[in-house]
Design a protein around this ligand. Structure first.
Ligand code: SF4
Ligand code: FES
Length: 247
């Protein structure tokens, strides 16, 4: 495949960015999107030009690092992570536009790399349980029903990629926060901090500059882990309950 790439370049957070155009050739349809960018970077390196900065780590769809807006969609045309997107999803001769995540709470560091430490600070406010250290507890001492365990596990598959935020016109992190609050709220181990968790995580998300949810649903449509929209209902329900409890 031969492709034209229109890529956002921005040398540092304070610089004014611009879209630059590149041509790549002999791209296999079996390559991943990131491998296609590797080919471009090898070419830029060979010419003595600055390679394009982009994030990746596992390249297996599990770490959530590979954040790219591709032709205006978070992670591109398929509902998957960018590292799991293959070039067969594009056509020979196509022009592809590649931008960093769009969100004030994820400022650009360089080119296509954004700072998602705002998610880390939201997690620090409640994305955990408190447990005694020491020897492991007896495995069957806290029974959890199969339905709850399955739903908690499914919510725990959120990889913190930020596609929900990047897709939302409000830049809301409600799907991400909802997934964490729902996961921990389903389990007995999550009950002691349930009220403080939801209040503190929502407050931190507000402080970081994430917007509010207005039920548009772009987040769930873009989520590579299929986190459902109803976690936002659970988030709001838990928040109302915590406020009723005086938090
Ligand atoms: S809810 Fe989905 S889109 Fe949002 S951070 Fe988690 S995995 Fe990514
Ligand atoms: S690089 Fe880890 S999910 Fe894509």
């Amino acid at each position: 495949m031969n492709l034209t790439l229109k890529i956002w370049r921005q040398p540092d957070p304070d610089a004014e960015g611009a879209v630059h155009t590149y041509e790549v050739s002999e791209i296999s349809e079996d390559m991943s999107f990131l491998e296609m960018l590797d080919v471009l970077n090898e070419d830029l390196n060979a010419k003595g030009e600055e390679p394009i900065a982009f994030d990746s780590d596992c390249r297996e769809g599990i770490c959530g690092m590979c954040s790219l807006m591709i032709n205006g969609s978070a992670h591109g045309p398929d509902v998957t992570t960018t590292c799991q997107l293959h070039m067969r999803s594009f056509s020979d001769g196509e022009t592809i536009t590649i931008e960093p995540w769009r969100s004030e709470a994820f400022p650009v560091v360089k080119d296509l790399v954004v700072d998602r430490s705002s998610f880390d600070r939201v997690i620090q406010q409640g994305g955990y349980i408190s447990a005694n250290t020491g020897s492991a507890p007896e495995a069957n001492s806290v029974p959890v029903g199969h339905d709850k365990a399955t739903r908690a596990f499914n919510m725990a598959t959120c990889i913190g990629c930020g596609a929900c935020v990047a897709s939302c016109p409000n830049g809301s992190a409600s799907l991400f926060v909802g997934a964490k609050v729902t996961q921990l709220g389903l389990l007995p181990q999550g009950q002691p901090e349930r009220d403080s968790r939801v209040v503190n995580m929502v407050a931190q998300a507000d402080e970081e500059g994430f917007g509010g949810c207005t039920n548009i649903g772009e987040c769930a449509a873009a989520c590579p882990k299929e986190i459902p929209l109803d976690v936002i209902s659970q988030l709001n329900k838990d928040l109302r309950t915590a406020i009723r409890h005086g938090y």
